[in-house]
Every structure is written in structure tokens, then in C-alpha cells.
Design a protein around this ligand. Structure first.
Ligand code: GRF
Length: 215
């Protein structure tokens, strides 16, 4: 078996994406190893998931640090020691400093509940509903210093039906997210997807637009 791709997964809450990645690894669909789960919230349910699967976890509570740079420096030092191939943001509710992002350039991935570049930031479902959108979606992208603006790797869209609410959209989104993150990580682990100087290549061809997730 080829070397397993190592992942640090950063969470703040439920950790259902973490769970989907764990399940993909345990089912043999993803040749990876989670070498750290870091939570910014000591109460995050994702920490229980990590413990249940015997994964090393670490709480980094913002209340223990005086400011954002101090927090990010500590996080950086922790992750540098572990030195994962990729840092996977999975519901990590913090904006990272550009120093942190530079330290792990082109190795940080994020999943965002919208069809980026539309609806960057928070409350994407509510904002899409308020605007009367008929479609919404999920994007997985490389993290760069600008929030939710790094190159998009994989995107899926779904219809918003009349009368649907935030919970309905969240459910549709999550169902897709849980298939999409393992898919992208598995492409990275088998080198179908490579990142070179911030450029993304899929099956050796430069990715000029996001891959559409067909489902
Ligand atoms: C996901 O919806 C993801 O798109 C967003 O945060 C949420 C995390 O959910 N970035 P979970 O903690 O993985 O269940």
C-alpha cells in the first residue's frame, strides 16, 4: 500500500464532516490517516467522535489566548510539529491570520456551504433564501489569505424548492458535503489532484474551473 496521506482536521462543532472522513478511511475508500483533530471549542461534539475513533485530539480554546495572532501562532506550532500533508477545515469557525495561511501555503482546504464566489461568510442558507435564490450549493477550495476566495476545487449545486427553510437546505448541503470532502481528499491521496504553486491540476491538466460534483 502506498504511503497514507496525513490530515489534521480542524473543527468547532458537530464534526459531521470529520465523521464522513473517518468513515471513508475506515471503509477503505480513502488512503489517509488523521494525525490530529483540533477543536476551537472544548464542547464540540466532534471531539467525542475523535475519541470514539481513537484519534489524537487537541482543544485550542480562544479564551486561553489574548488575541488572534497569539492563537494562530500556537496553532501553527502545534501543526508544524505534526506536519500533516493537509490541514482540513471542517466547520472551523475562526478566520485564520495570513501568517498562519502562509506557513501552510497550498496545504489548507475548506468546505463552504455556497456556490462560491456567491455567499462568502456566514449564514449562507438564510441569505440565499432571503434573496429568493433557486439554487444553492457546496464548494471545496484551497485556503488563501482572502476569506472564502481561494481556488475552488469541487462544487455541487442543488435546487431550492418553494417553501424550503434553512434546515432543509442544510440537510441537502450536508448530504453532499459528506461525499465531497472524502472525494477531494481521496483524489489528493492518489495524486489525481495535485497542487503546484497554488495551481490545481486534475489528472495532470490545469484546473481552469471547479470540478462539478455529479450526484
Ligand atoms: C459545514 O456545513 C461546512 O460547510 C461549514 O461548517 C459546517 C460544519 O459542519 N464550513 P460539521 O461540523 O462538519 O457538521
Amino acid at each position: 500500500m502506498t504511503r497514507r496521506t496525513t490530515l489534521a482536521i480542524l473543527i468547532s462543532g458537530n464534526g459531521s464532516n470529520l465523521q464522513a472522513i473517518i468513515d471513508a478511511i475506515e471503509a477503505g475508500h480513502l488512503n489517509a490517516e488523521i494525525t490530529a483533530v483540533v477543536s476551537s471549542d472544548p464542547e464540540a461534539y466532534g471531539l467525542i467522535r475523535a475519541t470514539r475513533h481513537h484519534l489524537p485530539s487537541q482543544v485550542m480554546d480562544a479564551r486561553d489566548y489574548t488575541n488572534r495572532s497569539e492563537y494562530d501562532e500556537a496553532l501553527q506550532h502545534y501543526l508544524e510539529r505534526i506536519n500533516p500533508d493537509y490541514i482540513v477545515l471542517a466547520g472551523f469557525m475562526r478566520i485564520l491570520t495570513s501568517e498562519f495561511i502562509d506557513a501552510f501555503e497550498h496545504r489548507i482546504l475548506n468546505i463552504h456551504p455556497s456556490l462560491l464566489p456567491a455567499y462568502k461568510g456566514l449564514n449562507t442558507y438564510q441569505r440565499a433564501l432571503d434573496n429568493g435564490e433557486t439554487q444553492h450549493g457546496v464548494s471545496i477550495h484551497l485556503v488563501t489569505a482572502e476569506l472564502d476566495a481561494g481556488p475552488i476545487i469541487l462544487q455541487a449545486s442543488y435546487d431550492i424548492e418553494t417553501g424550503e427553510n434553512v434546515e432543509d437546505l442544510q440537510q441537502k448541503g450536508h448530504r453532499l458535503e459528506h461525499r465531497m470532502y472524502p472525494q477531494v481528499l481521496s483524489w489528493l491521496s492518489d495524486n489525481s489532484l495535485t497542487i503546484n504553486q497554488g495551481q490545481i491540476y486534475y489528472e495532470k491538466a490545469l484546473l481552469e474551473q471547479p470540478i462539478r460534483f455529479d450526484y
